[in-house]
Ligand binder design. Structure first.
Ligand SMILES: *[C@@H]1O[C@H](CO)[C@@H](O)[C@H](O)[C@H]1NC(C)=O
Ligand SMILES: *[C@@H]1O[C@H](CO)[C@@H](O)[C@H](O)[C@H]1NC(C)=O
Length: 205
């Protein structure tokens, strides 16, 4: 027992001397020849099933807004925001839904925040885009995975309505892209296409 404790102590002493030896100098100013990178270099991609947890629902999420605004003050531009990802390929639209109705699997120790099994959204879901900082560039994903043109069309119409609203226009929040479907290699993984589905099939489709 005493021996084990002693071994632990020596390991700690070793660790302490090792960490003390690491000496990192962080310059306060960039080098004169440092390249200039895009002000929106730090940008975010957000899973659609938890979008309104980030944006806020009836009012903006102050924590998220401040985080984006702090970055804007440092870099000169707000981060670009892309919303959708895996979720977009099973997002359904129903006009009478307030914000969103999501069904999540039970959390586990390995996956504490699992992706939703299903998501139905309404106009107010997309409309919360207005809570982003002024000048934000946005990419919204729509459903390709479900092979349901109605879902893709209704979401697209709602997104267009959002970006045509006077409030969003005044804030200079712009839609850069509509992304039609998430990464197509996941379509097989998520059993949205047969196992023989290839990139060529995707291009064709
Ligand atoms: C297709 O999408 C619409 C709108 O999201 C939905 O109401 C309908 O149930 C979907 N159809 C199928 C077969 O999933
Ligand atoms: C893929 O498999 C389906 C049956 O699941 C079949 O109908 C289709 O012809 C196959 N496609 C190719 C390109 O082999």
């Amino acid at each position: 027992m005493a021996r084990t404790a002693l071994q632990k102590l020596s390991a700690l002493v070793l660790l302490a001397s090792f960490t003390a030896a690491v000496d990192v100098a962080i310059p306060l100013n960039p080098a004169m020849d440092a390249p200039v990178i895009s002000p929106s270099h730090i940008s975010l991609s957000i899973e659609g099933d938890r979008w309104t947890s980030w944006s806020g629902t009836n009012s903006r999420n102050e924590f998220f807004y401040n985080t984006l605004d702090n970055l804007k003050q440092i870099t000169g531009a707000p981060p670009n925001i892309r919303v959708g990802a895996n979720t977009e390929d099973h997002t359904m639209f129903r006009s009478d839904v307030d914000f969103q109705e999501a069904i999540f699997p039970d959390p586990t120790a390995i996956t504490p925040y699992p992706e939703a099994k299903s998501l139905v959204v309404g106009d107010s879901y997309y409309a919360t885009t207005r809570f982003l900082p002024p000048g934000t560039h946005v990419t919204w994903g729509v459903n390709f995975g479900a092979q349901n043109l109605t879902a893709a069309y209704l979401s697209t119409r709602s997104i267009v309505k959002t970006f045509n609203s006077p409030e969003i226009k005044k804030a200079g929040i712009v839609l850069d892209y509509l992304e039609i479907g998430n990464e197509p290699d996941f379509l097989v993984t998520h059993k949205l296409r047969p196992s023989n589905y290839t990139d060529a099939d995707w291009v064709q489709e």
